[in-house]
Ligand binder design. Structure first.
Ligand code: ADP
Length: 475
């Protein structure tokens, strides 16, 4: 097998969320299993700091519609994985990764560049693993423009992984000439160009990042208007649960914390880390109260409005303390700052993206809120469990697949969950969890250990993808 993994972000070079993590750990675990896997990703401005470790591969210039696009290709070996970077300064060397008016051009260009790379290096994947809308036009371009070029392209199989169906790459159809001479309904959805729909129509197989989300996206409620297209391909649609890298998320070696821990000393060591955090963020000084955390994007999907309402309520009706790390929609950032302003010793925040602070928060916290409206997989809750912080989650998508809800009759579980996306239900579960932490320590601590023992490691993720790749190649 010769796999190329295409991703619009890849840890440690670029990251806004879970996709970047997967672009790091899946190729790593496949390479460890001797399945040659390389990554192709844009060369963003932020990646320049790695420039002196890169080797220049070559250039390509293509003509699309009336545009002339030039790409420079670089490669870098990081661990066992080779990363190819697609450089086009105009398109990619900007402050942010996404969210520009010309994203349709940027990622159309990226998709062509990926395909051009193979003829440049004269190596063609047996399987091209695409991720999310940013690379979802590739199967269409491959079928309509590249397969006929040479037999290298002819036999490429494609897998499209959908990490989040909400983001589809939908643009005015006036740009259709970027993809075909005449309008083709393969990529049209509700009268607009839709990258993801093209991928759903044309990829050899499709998968999402948890079994439960795989079933949810076939319904109108979670299908984001693509449930019809997905249902047409339901036999080719799979769900593989994501995982986390236990080398990166390891409480015994984590360089971001001053007190390391494992199952046997977790309770005492976490208290010491909590004490550090309380001091650093000037929270009230009692380590005997639960520290409740959130780390993640400040987006509607993540239930941030529920978090804000619940935090305000809990601050007034319990003794819990809170810390929120995230960035995203401005109004959420402002509301969170306002909470800290009103309750400076009860609610701390860090508005921004900071890996190191994230590690500290997972390790210091006792509870971790993740009340998502929908959640394809979710890594936050898995990391939290690994670090002995019990997640409080909505029963949706991958959250339902990964968190075992508290069972008061058996004194067991790895977290707390609620069915409906509502602040009321989040609050109920938070109060239950806070009560357990304060009044039923033995049960709470038993759950902490049960959570830490869960295995969301990468080996099984790698094995599951390997099996899917084999199935695709043998079909
Ligand atoms: P999504 O991919 O939808 O954003 P996930 O839970 O799958 O959500 O993955 C989020 C990942 O990004 C986790 O590793 C989380 O710790 C990290 N993360 C999110 N926001 C931040 C932030 N502001 N600072 C540091 N890490 C963050």
């Amino acid at each position: 097998m010769n796999i190329f993994f295409v991703s619009s972000e890849a840890y440690p070079f670029s990251k806004t969320g879970g996709l970047a993590d997967m672009a790091y750990f899946l190729p790593k675990s496949l390479n460890e299993a001797n399945i040659k896997t390389r990554v192709i990703t844009p060369y963003y401005a932020q990646i320049k700091k790695y420039a002196d470790q890169m080797r220049y591969i070559g250039d390509k210039t293509i003509f699309v519609d009336e545009h002339e696009w030039s790409f420079h290709f670089y490669a870098l070996d990081y661990g066992l994985t080779t990363y190819y970077f697609v450089q086009n300064m105009h398109f990619f060397e900007r402050d942010k990764y996404y969210g520009y008016d010309d994203d349709v051009y940027r990622f159309a260009a990226f998709d062509y560049a990926v395909l051009e790379l193979f003829s440049l290096i004269n190596e063609y994947p047996t399987l091209l693993h695409l991720n999310d809308w940013q690379s979802a036009m590739i199967p269409y371009l491959l079928d309509t423009k590249y397969r006929s070029k040479n037999c290298g392209y002819q036999y490429i199989h494609t897998l499209l992984t959908i990490h989040n169906l909400q983001y589809q790459g939908s643009y005015d159809k006036k740009h259709f000439k970027l993809f075909s001479d005449t309008l083709d309904y393969t990529y049209i959805h509700f009268d607009s160009i839709n990258f993801l729909k093209a991928g759903i129509e044309r990829a050899t197989k499709i998968n999402t990042v948890s079994p439960n989300y795989r079933n949810e996206i076939l319904t109108q409620n979670y299908g984001f208007s693509l449930d019809g297209a997905l249902n047409n391909r339901s036999h080719d649609l799979f769900g593989i649960l994501n995982g986390i890298d236990y080398d990166v998320w390891n409480s015994e070696t984590d360089p971001n914390i001053n007190h390391h821990y494992h199952l046997k000393n977790v309770i005492a060591q976490k208290r010491a880390i909590k004490k550090d955090l309380i001091k650093q963020y000037q929270l009230q000084k009692d380590v005997n109260v639960p520290l409740v955390a959130y780390v993640g994007r400040l987006a509607d999907q993540k239930g941030v409005e529920l978090i804000i309402e619940a935090v305000e309520d809990c601050v007034q009706n319990s003794n819990a303390i809170f810390i929120i790390l995230g960035s995203g929609e401005n109004h959420y950032e402002d509301q969170i700052r306002h909470l800290t302003h009103r309750f400076p010793h009860r609610v701390a925040n860090y508005i921004g993206f900071n890996e190191s602070v994230a590690h500290l928060i997972y390790a210091a916290s006792d509870l971790f809120m993740m009340p998502s409206k929908f959640e394809p997989c979710g890594l936050g809750q898995m990391i939290a469990m690994r670090y002995g912080s019990l997640p409080v989650v909505t029963e949706t998508g991958g959250l339902k697949d990964t968190v075992i809800p508290y069972n008061k009759y058996e004194s067991s579980g790895t977290g707390f969950s609620f069915m409906n996306f509502s602040a009321k239900e989040l609050k109920e579960q938070l109060y239950t969890a806070i009560d357990l932490y304060i009044n039923h320590k033995i049960v709470f601590n038993k759950m902490v250990r049960q959570a830490m023992k869960q295995d969301f490691g990468l080996k099984q993720v790698g094995r599951a993808y390997e099996a899917l790749y084999k199935m695709i190649l043998e079909a």
